[in-house]
Ligand binder design. Sequence first.
Ligand SMILES: Cc1ncc(COP(=O)(O)O)c(C=O)c1O
Length: 414
Amino acid sequence: MFQFPSGISLDDFQHRVAALERDSHFEIIERNLFDEGPHLVSTGDLPWGDDVRNLAAETYMRFLHGETWLTGVGALAMQTEIVTWMGRLLGADHPTGFVTSGGTESNLCALLAASSRARRRGSVVFPEYGHYSLPKACSMFGFEPIIVPARQGSACDVDPAAIDAAIRDDTIAIVATAGTWAYGSVDPITRIGEIAETRGVHLHVDACFGGYILPFLERSGYDREIPLWDFRVPGVSSISADLHKNGMAPPPASTLFFRDDALLEAAKAMCPPNGTIAGTRGTGPIAGAWAMVTLLGEDGYTAVSLQTMKLRDRLFSGVEAIDGVQIYPGSRINVSLLFSDELDLSHVVAELRTKGWMFSTRNHPRNVAMVLVPMPQNERAIDPFLEDLETAMSLASPLRRISETESGDSPYGV
Ligand SMILES: Cc1ncc(COP(=O)(O)O)c(C=O)c1O
């Protein structure tokens, strides 16, 4: 049989690909209550079936050969369309920004832009439950992190007065979150925006999770109480929002939006030529995201967001009906923490994983808690998950404080 230059045969190669694919559990995507990624895998309840997903994948493949230098003309035009369309939905009059490789890069670039405009390094103020990309940015770029504790008795709520008190003369940015990891809560951004304006500090909103769902939930009337958090808050200078999370696009793709061109120019001055940390960017992810945005539009994203929240709400009421477990209060999006006040869930978690369920864990505010992120592809998984959870609860034991290391202290605790 024909062998490739490396010596591997086609058969061996196919076997290896199949084995690695199997190890990645793609085939049980419905049981994955953690991953973001290209979510329109199974859209049972949405009218377009798999058409949108297939066209996004096809468009991605057609731009597989490109990079953003010489062959980037098409993808850069797509980037402008994405930023303009979504930036307007986020309340910007003249939307500006770019597509990055993910939420982490978007957050890093936002802080670099703030530092570039301030022409110094200095400190960055953010709540303790801010995403780990924030301390990461600080250690990478020599900013001093000023970490503000959550309000007493809460894991995901910050007192704006505590943010105000933490700002120093050298502070270059405050970061607030719209859709916190693990809790799904939204920070009091209107008040924090007033503080940012008064103190003359850049306010970056990390809406990596909430960015592509909150605007549609607000417009649809699903949640009319969502406090303002986007560019309609005058003090907000930049917003990161991930296309590869609730934007439903194939990874890696996120967007960073700036309130004005001056900030984009400051970003470019710090990270020439585009403002991104990456130099060469593949055009495939930009094209895949553009296809998603172009095919779904506002109505499509609204339908996806409502479908997502329908699943979340089913999950919430199912969990609340099971003795001993609860959903942590405050979630406004499809990220939520399932925890117990009185029971140790370690064995429950292990049992659910044995049954093929994929989710992340967190050990704050209680011993091992599960982070659940329902997406449209989980439609058929909600009821079986709840059944398995209820059965596995017989393995829960009385609560004993365990150390961070015992419960797996990775950023996502995956
Ligand atoms: C609130 C928040 N910000 C930033 C990020 C980082 O995103 P990424 O993993 O795409 O770098 C995440 C990831 O879950 C997140 O939840």
